[in-house]
Design a protein around this ligand. Structure first.
Ligand code: GLC
Length: 437
């Protein structure tokens, strides 16, 4: 008798467990993988980026029964970074997914969710290892690669053919070819034609262009131990050539060009050569583009001197989940979807956003659609990274100093060697003399 109440109690508990299981199981049969959530995603708006991001996210929402909202951001990388910092510093849950630049992991890692437990290994292993490594901070994978950027040389095929000039292999050859064609075209009435347009505004895009010039001459900003090598002869030679473009083959206005101003000049037929990222290919060849079919694209030229090489800045974007998101699982699932092979292929075909998945560089349809994809693995071999891994949280300060020096050099504010000496002082100060700790 004394044991009966306890047995009854156990029986009742057992029945309650079974009933709960039945309720749970019928719920798992009828409900989607997770309850419906509203995920706010913030993409960049360079070219058609925002549009492709929206259509991709909407397709995921339809498939999963969730909702999405798009958070508008400026196309300029620096302005987007400031916006994200403000949101994250206030632990705002307003944005679940952020599109982060390849240089930001070290600066934002503390605000981002570790994705490895939320996204299966099979979805991660196809990405270029250099990007996975870049996005892993203190052992935590904080973002999945979305697309990879490299600086490219766009040129007017028709004009090079008209003057029987080959695609320039060196920056000097580009300077000569642009000067010659420009003179002849201007004499023939094309008064507003320019020779070369690039991103010369004082923002991150200039740091990318500058790195390409100096690395192609065998120079750099930091050595492999993080110490400044800003005053090297190669840097002086590269910047001397770049400065000579301003007011000759490049307009003075290039000192305030970011990607879109550069593309507007080239796409409206007002420039012979342009430096830009891969996204410009699809737009320059779009039906409504005045230069569709007249555009060639190649690796950037190399510099001069014994250590001359081809160099292109490694750029690109990643998708990360905010630590302050109320729906990290659903957000991670949207990241998985947007970085999947099918979605990256769609984006490559529609917007020439370069996939980060190695398998797609063997995809025949992609190679046929874009001449770049066959050559892309070799272009990627010449990619140089900005010093964001070594600078970590201080990358912004280092990049600001680099941009300032480059802009002063191009604009003739002081001599190039003075500009580089000031940069050297700044990099030593910011890095605690190369220790970066
Ligand atoms: C592109 C690149 C990015 C770079 C930025 C500079 O968005 O993907 O890496 O920092 O341009 O403007």
């Amino acid at each position: 008798m004394t044991y009966r109440p306890a047995r009854d109690h156990r029986r009742r508990r057992f029945a309650a467990h079974i009933a709960a299981l039945i309720v749970l199981c019928s719920a798992c049969l009828s409900a989607p993988a997770f309850a419906s959530a509203r995920i706010a995603i913030s993409c960049s708006s360079l070219g058609v980026e925002a549009e492709l991001c929206r259509t991709g996210a909407q397709a995921w929402a339809k498939e999963t029964g969730n909702e999405i909202s798009l958070v508008a951001t400026p196309p300029n990388a620096d302005e987007r970074f400031s916006l994200y910092l403000t949101l994250l510093a206030s632990h705002s849950g307003d944005v679940d997914i952020l599109q982060i630049d390849v240089t930001w992991p070290g600066m934002l890692a503390n605000h981002l969710v570790g994705l490895a437990p939320l996204i299966p290994e099979s979805e991660r292993s196809d990405h270029l290892p250099v990007l996975i490594e870049n996005n892993t901070v203190a052992g935590k994978l904080i973002a999945l690669p979305f697309f990879v950027d490299v600086g490219l040389l766009y040129y007017r095929k028709d004009l090079l053919e008209k003057y029987n000039r080959p695609t320039p292999q060196t920056w000097r050859e580009l300077t000569r070819t642009a000067t010659e064609i420009l003179q002849r075209e201007r004499d023939a009435g094309a008064r507003d034609l320019q020779g070369y347009v690039f991103q010369g505004k004082a923002y991150e895009g200039l740091a990318c262009n500058g790195l390409e010039w100096i690395a192609s001459f065998g120079g750099g900003f930091l050595d492999e131990n993080g110490r400044s090598i800003a005053t090297s002869d190669a840097n002086v030679a590269a910047l001397t050539l770049a400065k000579s473009w301003i007011g000759t083959i490049a307009p003075r206005g290039a000192l305030s060009y970011s990607e879109e101003e550069t593309r507007a000049a080239f796409q409206s037929g007002k420039a012979i050569f342009m430096r830009n990222w891969p996204y410009a290919w699809a737009l320059a060849n779009a039906k409504d583009s005045p230069i569709a079919g007249k555009v060639g694209v190649a690796a950037l030229p190399q510099g001069d001197g014994a250590n001359a090489r081809r160099a292109t800045t490694l750029g690109g974007q990643q998708l990360a989940v905010s630590r302050y998101s109320a729906h990290p699982k659903e957000a991670a699932d949207l990241v998985r979807y947007l970085t999947s092979a099918a979605e990256q292929k769609r984006r490559a075909l529609k917007g020439s956003f370069n996939p980060t998945r190695r398998s797609l560089y063997h995809d025949r349809e992609l190679i046929a659609a874009n001449p770049l994809y066959g050559d892309f693995p070799s272009i990627l071999d010449s990619a140089v990274a900005r010093p964001s891994t070594i600078a970590g949280r201080r990358y912004n300060k280092a990049s600001y100093a680099i941009i300032q020096a480059l802009h002063d050099a191009l604009g003739g504010q002081g001599s190039i060697s003075d500009n580089l000496t000031s940069l050297d002082d700044e990099l030593r100060r910011i890095s605690h003399d190369g220790a970066w700790n």
